[in-house]
Design a protein around this ligand. Structure first.
Ligand code: LMR
Length: 399
């Protein structure tokens, strides 16, 4: 007798609810708050003294030129704008720019580059463990889990003391096996603002190369920390020492073109042939996921970087963003000795030693929106909000 097997078709309604991304949730909460004096120091976008996220003047000029000169919007292929990736090479790779063992492609933002980098690792070594600092950008672990790689945490930052837990970090990385991955922040550490010193980078590079780890460096804020060249120190040192390096890069911040999603992935192996093979896999994965990256922002960055006059203007505007970040840091640091550490850190973020309850109280009592972890964007507010922000934070620290 035949038995009838019935498999119950599952509908979309059967999906379990999912925890939404905490940063995206924070943006929505802040947007919904009707209080006119609310302060949004949650998401990482640069805001100027008036509280706006400006489109760079040089970007506007590049957009005008693009509009006037672009004659087709035909497909470019999975690598996107190849000249864009070429123009980034000296900025990111410095003396390694001519190394033909390093090949890059355009990606949808730094996030796309990260996903693609981890896809490549999962393709070659699905058993690899990814060493991830705690804390890190909240979207790192979900991306790693999405490609089914295992995560090992390494201690990175002691929030109460505002110090890097360097010895613990090194000890954890020493436990890595060849083929495991060390995820590192190139500069302007997100969420802490605590960057490795040059000596600390040397030590990390030593462990990574001695243990045979594969470094994946996420560099999303080049130019926002010490300077465009200085911020690439770790990337270049790693390239000096290691045959295999993966770099996920973003232009979203340093070109202030966040929603245009402009990034790139660079892959280095021991030979040009092996890199070409690896890039075959990269193109394949990119094709599966987004087929081709969006063009507009990268096309504008290409125009800027290709033209010496526009490039010089971009550097001036980038320097101005960095100067603002650093001067706001100094102002907050001067408000209270307990905030002095903020003046010694880099990039847009810092982490306040506040409990989740204190963060929520700042939200309800003062309409100040920061991540539950105490991470805040130092240039999230306009100058007119700065004193109110520091007074509320100092009040929370006193409580
Ligand atoms: C941030 O950390 O706030 C930014 O990188 C934006 C994002 O996508 O999370």
């Amino acid at each position: 007798m035949l038995t009838e097997t019935k498999t119950k078709a599952r509908g979309l309604a059967d999906l379990p609810p999912i925890q939404s991304d905490s940063l995206l949730e924070l943006i929505a909460l802040c947007n919904a708050d009707p209080r006119p004096d609310k302060i949004d120091v949650g998401v990482g976008v640069f805001r100027d003294a008036t509280g706006n996220t400006p489109i760079l003047k040089v970007m506007k000029e590049a957009e005008r030129r693009l509009l006037d000169t672009q004659v087709t919007k035909a497909y470019l292929g999975s690598a996107g704008d190849k000249r864009f990736a070429e123009l980034l090479r000296p900025i990111l790779l410095g003396p390694h720019a001519e190394d033909d063992r390093i090949v890059g492609l355009q990606t949808p933002g730094g996030c796309g580059a990260l996903r693609l980098g981890f896809e490549l690792i999962a393709a070659v070594n699905p058993e690899a463990r990814v060493f991830v600092g705690t804390p890190t950008w909240p979207n790192h672990p979900p991306i790693i889990r999405a490609v089914r790689l295992g995560i090992e945490e390494y201690p990175y930052y002691e929030r109460g003391q505002a110090t890097i837990r360097f010895e613990d970090m090194i000890a954890a990385l020493e436990g890595g096996e060849p083929g495991d991955v060390a995820l590192l922040h190139g500069c302007c550490h997100n969420p802490t603002g605590a960057d490795l010193s040059e000596d600390q980078w040397r030590e990390v590079v030593r462990v990574v190369s001695e243990r045979g780890l594969l470094p994946l460096i996420d560099i999303a804020y080049q130019g926002f920390g010490r300077g465009l060249e200085e911020d690439a120190f770790g990337v270049r040192l790693m390239l000096d020492a290691c045959d295999e390096v993966i770099i996920a890069q973003s232009c979203d911040k340093n070109f202030s073109c966040y929603r245009d999603r402009v990034g790139s992935l660079f892959v280095k192996t021991g030979s040009h042939e092996d890199t070409a093979k690896a890039m075959g896999h990269v193109f394949h994965r990119a094709r599966e996921m987004w087929s081709m990256p969006p063009d507009h922002g990268a096309a504008c960055a290409h125009i800027i970087l290709e033209d010496p006059e526009l490039r010089a203007r971009w550097l001036v505007e980038l320097d101005a963003m960095r100067d603002r970040i650093n001067s706001v840091r100094q102002r907050i640091a001067a408000a209270d000795p307990r905030l002095a550490f903020i003046g010694k850190q880099f990039g847009m973020f810092s982490m306040l030693p506040l409990s989740k309850e204190q963060v929520l109280k700042l939200r309800s009592d003062h309409a100040i929106y920061m991540a539950d972890s105490g991470r805040f964007n130092v240039v999230g507010m306009g100058d007119d909000q700065l004193d109110r922000f520091t007074a509320a934070v100092v009040g929370a620290l006193d409580a």
